[in-house]
Design a protein around this ligand. Structure first.
Ligand SMILES: [Zn+2]
Length: 328
């Protein structure tokens, strides 16, 4: 397994914009992340409500970002997508297209192409005004080319390489989130990688497969320990035991828990004990505005000396919880 250190990752790290779920009651924005490469914001993963505001908090400029990767199209993963698109162009993206990657649709659920068109189509989109606005006031040309990825899980799915550019690759595999098309992504750079489970019910081996040997496994939404196995929620999300097992089977360097709906990290205690039964490595309960590196190092995004930001804030919001691995 590749284990890098903060000093020599060439600035490959993830900023957590939003580590919350839908309820917006625990000092966390909904899901959203920015992947930095060579210290530059390069890829966006999810854009839930509040994520756009966190970009401003962390002073991250998306003008030159190369792509937005949406795990699925639920509100808590996409509500701030329009705000991010607008900001990227208004801040000076010019004629540079902003590629969007996301799940293909099914008869019941729109795919990413239809979803983007319903937002931004000049004739019929809810925000159809934006093309003309960008042309007139931002001296640019709004372009959101969409790549759809098959996102309905079978029993034995292959990992698909969907992006390859400047020594960065993105792989995808269908996750299982009820009937909703949903993807897990693995983003790799020079042997180091972050894997985002997306919303995943652990009903296949797909996440351990795509995450095999990953440095950081960012695992979404933990169900309560005592959830009834017949509760419909178990078709949408993973139990603590499944999270721990996924991390162990993947041989992940660090398990990062995110998309948190609980109010207080103390509520995690029993869930963390269960995870500990399954997985020996480093476990982190993430919070917003944290930069996380492939070796599991965490730094406040507003005070990260590598980005030149020092002393600009931090300290509020829920505490980050870090449990070191047993071997270390
Ligand atoms: Zn979700």
């Amino acid at each position: 397994m590749s284990r890098n250190h903060a000093g020599d990752t060439n600035g490959f790290y993830v900023t957590a914009l939003g580590t919350g779920a839908s309820t917006l009651s625990n000092e966390r924005a909904s899901a959203g992340y920015v992947v930095h490469v060579d210290g530059d914001p390069t890829l966006v993963v999810d854009a839930g409500g509040g994520a756009a505001g966190r970009l401003s908090d962390a002073r991250i400029d998306l003008t030159t970002v190369d792509g937005v990767f949406l795990g699925h199209l639920h509100i808590d993963h996409t509500a701030d997508f329009p705000a991010i698109v607008k900001a990227a162009y208004q801040q000076g993206r010019g004629d540079r297209p902003l590629p969007v990657y996301g799940p293909a649709g099914t008869p019941e659920y729109p795919g990413t192409e239809m979803w983007v068109s319903r937002l931004f189509d000049e004739e019929t989109g809810a925000y159809g005004y934006l093309s003309e606005f960008v042309e007139r006031y931002a001296d640019g040309d709004l372009a959101l080319p969409v790549t759809e990825v098959d996102a309905i899980a079978g029993q034995d799915d292959d990992v698909a390489r969907i992006y390859e550019r400047d020594r960065i690759t993105v792989d995808a595999i269908p996750a299982v989130h009820g009937q909703i098309p949903s993807l897990a992504y693995r983003i790799s750079h020079e042997g180091a990688s972050f894997t985002f489970t997306g919303d995943y019910a652990s009903k296949t081996e797909n996440v351990p497969r795509i995450a095999h040997g990953t440095d950081i496994l960012i695992h979404n939404r933990l169900l309560a320990n005592d959830v009834d196995p017949n509760d419909p929620k178990t078709n949408l999300h993973s139990t603590a035991r499944s999270c721990g097992r996924n991390a162990r089977e993947a041989r992940a360097g660090t398990l990062v828990l995110s998309h948190v709906s609980r109010g207080d990290p103390a509520d995690f205690e029993t869930a963390l004990e269960t995870i500990r039964d399954e997985y020996d490595g480093r476990v982190i309960v993430l919070r917003d505005l944290i930069d996380i590196y492939p070796d599991g190092t965490v730094v406040d995004a507003r005070e990260n000396p590598q980005t030149g930001r020092t002393g600009s804030g931090g300290g509020d919001g829920p505490d980050i919880v870090v449990i070191d691995d047993r071997s270390g």
